[in-house]
Structures are given as structure tokens and as C-alpha cells.
Design a protein around this ligand. Structure first.
Ligand SMILES: *[C@@H]1O[C@H](CO)[C@@H](O)[C@H](O)[C@H]1NC(C)=O
Ligand SMILES: *[C@@H]1O[C@H](CO)[C@@H](O)[C@H](O)[C@H]1NC(C)=O
Length: 437
């Protein structure tokens, strides 16, 4: 009898599980507004207004700050967090590395500024702590005796610490209508260090493949999240427009895009197979494909795609060869020398006295598995900076001791589509402002 009721129960549960919902809604797409730090946002309604650029920054070339702060640029999505009086819409930075979506919660130290009120769990009736006994409270999360479960997330965005919780999230844009999803797992951060949020962003939205990411959780609830797409652009010319992070059927056609396999598919991050680097279409022969290999024993090496990493980072061995080639190219071709001192926030800068050299700065091509090539033009590789009254151009790729990361600044102007089910990354140059509203 008990056996029968168990199987009855299983049968009923099977009818009610998200699996059925999935088959019904798998083909449905949805999109989240992808905004810059400067977009005005109504925190009550989620309505996105015009771009409020700082005084003197109306020229699109100036939208990129002259002295880029660490953590720049930051691309975020607008998401509603909380229920009842506790609900507000926030800008959450896109994060392909962290396992968990997190938001700064009251009280939060250090007391940095952010746009909109800090999330107050006490005002949100659907907010609940994840208890030590919960299925989710297992490593890397830490249970505390009979009480809450804590998390620590360190990515290139921030080092966030706090408690695991669940609450209602609201997605979508005000034009196509909001979708509400209850009981989503997230981190309520009471500490967020080295979080260069521009005084605006409230936290990060995790899009990796772990079961605790928002992407995975939404997929479990029948949202078509196995394929997503974005096209980052600098705002300025299109002052009222914002882009979209698109999922499922909302993802535009990519028949004519380059494509390369996503490697190590069992890993939570989006690995691609970088095999070589060209400078101005000339292959750097000293860069060996082996330099980019991932070593599973040490968990080092490999190349990932991440919008949460502001600028591309390259494994040291390959970076050193690239850096030497860039220095030699600018010296021989443009007669420009490397600055012999440090310019804040940069590693490799050149003194430029004459105008008109910018268009002659080199481009870089990343050679990826299956013959795919991603060309990054000069305007995404160098940033201008004033230092002691002199104009400099500084290189926007940095060395890394652990791995290679294709970061946000070098993804601008290209549409990227990550197809997790088929383990492929598609990319193609695009005027991203065409997919905006
Ligand atoms: C947000 O929108 C609501 C409803 O339209 C409006 O009453 C409120 O004044 C707006 N808030 C801001 C700060 O614009
Ligand atoms: C994500 O979880 C894995 C373990 O499952 C852990 O090794 C990794 O450090 C976590 N990532 C972050 C950014 O916390």
C-alpha cells in the first residue's frame, strides 16, 4: 500500500515537475534589457529611461572614460529582486564565471554607493534563508550550525560574502511584459569588496552552467536558457537605446556567423579553443598553441569567454610575446615609444604626440578551434589616457598567471551566441545598436 502510494506520488510529481513545463515552453524565448551604467532606471517599475551621460561626455568617442577605472566597462541587465515592498529593479553585472547571482543586502560593508535602495530582506515577504539542511547548502557553500548557509564568491567583479537565500525575481522588459519567478536561489551579500560598481550596479547575475546559476535555475523552470546571445555596444550615439540579453527563440539567426566548439563542456565555464594570435594579420609564430592548453590537474590554462571580466587577459607566456610584438610594431611602423613609467590602471602605454596615428594602431586576430577567427580592431585594443599633461595610448590586454579570458571590452561590436546544448559559440560582427530599443 505504502509502495503504491509512493509510486502514485512519483507519478503525480512527474506530472507536476518542470520537465513538462519545459517541453511546452522550450521554444519560447525571452530577453532582458542590457544596459550601461548611465541608463536611467525607475527602480519601482523597471522602466529604462534615457542615458544620463556625465557633463562633457556627449561625444561617443568620449563615452569611454579617459582614465578607465578598474572594473570598467561594466555591462549589466535589469532584473527585479524581491517581493512586496521589498521589490526593486536593479542593474546586475553580467557574470559568466561566478556560480551564484548575488546582490548587496542591508547591511552591507563597505558602504558604497549604488543606484536605488539597497535590498532589504525584511521588507520582502517571499524572502527566505536557505537552511543548513537544504539540498543547496553543500560545498562550496558553508552551513552554520542549525542556521543559515553562507557563500563566498570571488570573480573579477568582486569578492562577495553573505548568506544564501531565495526570493521572487522579475524578468523581462516593460514592453513585452514581466515574468515573475518565485523561489530563485541567490546570494544576499553583506560584504562586497573590490566591487567597482561605478556607484550604480547592485550585484551580479550568474550565467555559468552550475546548478546554482540563474541561467540553470531558469532552465529548470522551463525557460529556454540553453542558448543565449548578446551584442555589447558603447552608448552615446543612441542615447535612449539599450540592448538585450536574448534567450531561446529570441536569439537572432546566426547562420552566417563564425563558430567554434565550447570545450570542456562538463565544466561550468565557457571554454573556447584558442590556438594562435595574429598582430595585423601576421601570425605570431612564437606563440605556441600549447600555451593555451588547459591542465585539469592544476586547474590552470585554457581560454574562457566572460562579460564580467572588463578587459581581456592572456596567459603570461603568450602575453609576453604579444606585448613584445606590439612594442616592436608601434616602434617600427609608427615611430611611437613605450612610456618608461606606469600610467594608472595600465601596464603598457605609449606616448603619442601626433594626431592621426590612431587609425594605424594594430588589430589582433584570435585563431580559434575549427578555423574560426575573431578579429579585434584597434579601437577596442587601446584606450587614450592623459598622464602628466601628455597624451598616451594604453593597451587593453593584460597578462594573467592562470588562464586566458576574452573580456567585455574586446567583445564590443560583435554578437556572441552561446549554445550550451550543442556546445558551440557563434560570433559575427554586428552593428549592435540595431538590436536595441
Ligand atoms: C517611477 O514610475 C512610477 C510609475 O510610473 C512613478 O510614479 C514614479 O514617480 C517613477 N519614479 C521615478 C524616480 O521616476
Ligand atoms: C564555483 O564552484 C566551484 C565548486 O563547485 C568552485 O571550485 C569555484 O571556485 C566556484 N566559483 C566561484 C567564482 O566561486
Amino acid at each position: 500500500m505504502s509502495c503504491l502510494s509512493v509510486s502514485m506520488l512519483c507519478f503525480l510529481l512527474a506530472l507536476l515537475t518542470p520537465a513538462n513545463l519545459t517541453s511546452a515552453t522550450r521554444n519560447i524565448g525571452f530577453s532582458l534589457p542590457l544596459v550601461s551604467s548611465h541608463h536611467k532606471l525607475n527602480h519601482t517599475t523597471g522602466e529604462i529611461g534615457e542615458l544620463l551621460l556625465p557633463e562633457g561626455d556627449v561625444n561617443p568617442m568620449n563615452v569611454r572614460p579617459k582614465v578607465a577605472p578598474a572594473g570598467w566597462p561594466m555591462f549589466s541587465v535589469v532584473v527585479g529582486v524581491g517581493s512586496g515592498r521589498g521589490q526593486h529593479f536593479y542593474k546586475l553585472a553580467l557574470d559568466f564565471v561566478g556560480n551564484l547571482t548575488w546582490i548587496r543586502c542591508k547591511p552591507c560593508t563597505p558602504e558604497e554607493q549604488q543606484e536605488g535602495p539597497i535590498f532589504d530582506a525584511a521588507l520582502s515577504p517571499k524572502y527566505a534563508f536557505v537552511h543548513t539542511t537544504s539540498f543547496y547548502c553543500k560545498p562550496p557553500f558553508i552551513g552554520h550550525h542549525g542556521d543559515k548557509c553562507s557563500f563566498s564568491a570571488t570573480t573579477s567583479l568582486a569578492a562577495a560574502h553573505g548568506y544564501l537565500a531565495t526570493d521572487l525575481f522579475t524578468f523581462g522588459d516593460t514592453n513585452t511584459g514581466h515574468k515573475r519567478v518565485e523561489g530563485l536561489l541567490f546570494g544576499c551579500a553583506h560584504r562586497a569588496d573590490e566591487f567597482w560598481n561605478h556607484g550604480i550596479v547592485a550585484g551580479a547575475m550568474s550565467l555559468n552552467k552550475k546548478s546554482t546559476s540563474l541561467k540553470y535555475q531558469l532552465g529548470e523552470r522551463g525557460f529556454a536558457t540553453s542558448k543565449f546571445s548578446y551584442c555589447l555596444f558603447y552608448h552615446g550615439q543612441h542615447t535612449t537605446k539599450h540592448g538585450f540579453l536574448r534567450f531561446g527563440n529570441d536569439v537572432p539567426n546566426h547562420d552566417h556567423a563564425h563558430s567554434t566548439p565550447l570545450m570542456h563542456y562538463w565544466k561550468p565555464l565557457y571554454y573556447i579553443g584558442l590556438e594562435g594570435v595574429s598582430l595585423n594579420e601576421k601570425m605570431l609564430m612564437r606563440i605556441d598553441p600549447g600555451m593555451f592548453k588547459r591542465d585539469s590537474a592544476s586547474n590552470r590554462g585554457g581560454t574562457i569567454v566572460d562579460v564580467g571580466t572588463p578587459a581581456t587577459r592572456m596567459i603570461r607566456a603568450a602575453y609576453d610575446i604579444l606585448e613584445a610584438a606590439v612594442i616592436a610594431d608601434l616602434h617600427h611602423r609608427l615611430g611611437v615609444s613605450r612610456a618608461g613609467y606606469r600610467v594608472q590602471g595600465s601596464r603598457l602605454c605609449f606616448i603619442v604626440s601626433m594626431q592621426g596615428i590612431y587609425q594605424k594602431l594594430p588589430s589582433i586576430t584570435l585563431h580559434l578551434k575549427d578555423g574560426a577567427e575573431l578579429t579585434i580592431k584597434w579601437d577596442l585594443l587601446f584606450v587614450t589616457k592623459m598622464h602628466h599633461g601628455a597624451q598616451h595610448v594604453c593597451f587593453l590586454i593584460f597578462p594573467d598567471e592562470k588562464m586566458t579570458v576574452l573580456g567585455a571590452a574586446q567583445q564590443v561590436g560583435t554578437r556572441f551566441t552561446i549554445d550550451v546544448d550543442n556546445n558551440r559559440l557563434y560570433f559575427a560582427p554586428e552593428n549592435c545598436a540595431n538590436d536595441s530599443s
